[in-house]
Design a binder for this molecule. Structure first.
Ligand code: HEM
Length: 134
């Protein structure tokens, strides 16, 4: 594809906007909805999240939560991050990942060989929920 051609560039821009809208909208709204649900259901955790945010605001000397800069939010709120990660573990918005096999692959310690062209479904949600014994 020649990306210097105007019509191709427009196609690329449109496809990117569509992908961002589709991939970014439902995933984040679902995650936020479940986070809010768990904050409401577990007031003790809500209090800890709130405390951490208030501490970050005090450290950064800001009076409004929206004035916290990106550094304070990424990596600066470990409890909040754990809260979101646990919500994502319980309710991954995308429950499976998909891959197409491109070359023969033998699963170690088994006789199973996956042939090229076979679609693999990786069940994210099951992996998140299964109890490992080792
Ligand atoms: C909690 C929020 C999100 C979750 C749980 C999530 C989850 C995922 C997952 C599981 C994949 C597939 C990965 C794979 O199969 O390799 C993916 C791909 C993607 N996500 Fe997200 N996502 C989230 C937010 C976003 C946002 C906000 C955007 C954009 C603004 C976005 C854009 C994309 C794009 C463009 C891809 C495709 C990447 C590729 O083709 O390699 N996602 N996401």
């Amino acid at each position: 594809m020649d990306w210097t051609k105007r019509e191709n560039l427009e196609l690329l821009l449109m496809a990117t906007c569509f992908a961002m809208q589709e991939a970014g909208y439902e995933t984040t709204t679902t995650t936020m909805s479940f986070c809010l649900y768990y904050l409401a259901m577990y007031p003790d955790y809500q209090a800890k999240v709130r405390e951490e945010v208030e501490q970050a605001m005090e450290d950064k000397a800001v009076s409004r939560v929206e004035d916290l800069d990106l550094d304070s939010i990424t990596g600066g709120l470990p409890y909040m991050e754990m809260f979101i990660n646990e919500t994502l573990r319980l309710h991954p918005p995308i429950i499976s990942n998909f891959r197409s096999c491109t070359k023969p692959y033998k699963i170690p310690d088994t006789d199973i060989v996956i042939d090229p062209g076979v679609e693999i479904h990786i069940p994210t949600q099951i992996i998140h929920l299964v109890r490992m014994n080792n």
